[in-house]
Unconditional design. Structure first.
Length: 121
């Protein structure tokens, strides 16, 4: 079991959504997960929360929200000081990526599902 916490932003209870698939795959690989999104409920054993807990210390943040919505999370994610932020396909955001780099956080344009399936997570 990994002790590297992943924060999934844009979490959803809809099993067809990639954020939902990512939560399930992260858990199946033994990663602890916190899900934040509008769609409250549970995925696998992860309760989706409306707000990010302030005392969270994630290793990785993985994004499933578009760049416009990401603006609401800029300060919060920078303050959490994760090691990296994964921009899944469709979430790429040059402005946010530059801000992350300026704050010593690695932006990664990749697919969480692919990283997990190829043991690169």
């Amino acid at each position: 079991m990994s002790d590297k916490l992943t924060l999934v932003i844009g979490a959803s209870t809809d099993p067809e959504r990639y954020a939902n698939k990512a939560i399930r795959m992260l858990r199946s690989h033994g990663h602890p997960v916190v899900g934040v999104g509008r769609d409250l409920g549970t995925v696998a054993d992860v309760a989706i929360q409306a707000e990010t807990p302030a005392d969270l210390h994630p290793d990785t943040v993985t994004l499933y929200v578009n760049p416009h919505i990401q603006k609401n999370y800029y300060d919060q994610i920078v303050a959490l000081k994760p090691k990296r932020v994964i921009f899944n396909p469709g979430t790429e955001n040059a402005e946010f990526e530059a801000l992350l780099q300026k704050n010593g956080i690695e932006p990664v344009e990749a697919c969480t599902l692919v990283l997990l399936s190829t043991n690169q997570y």
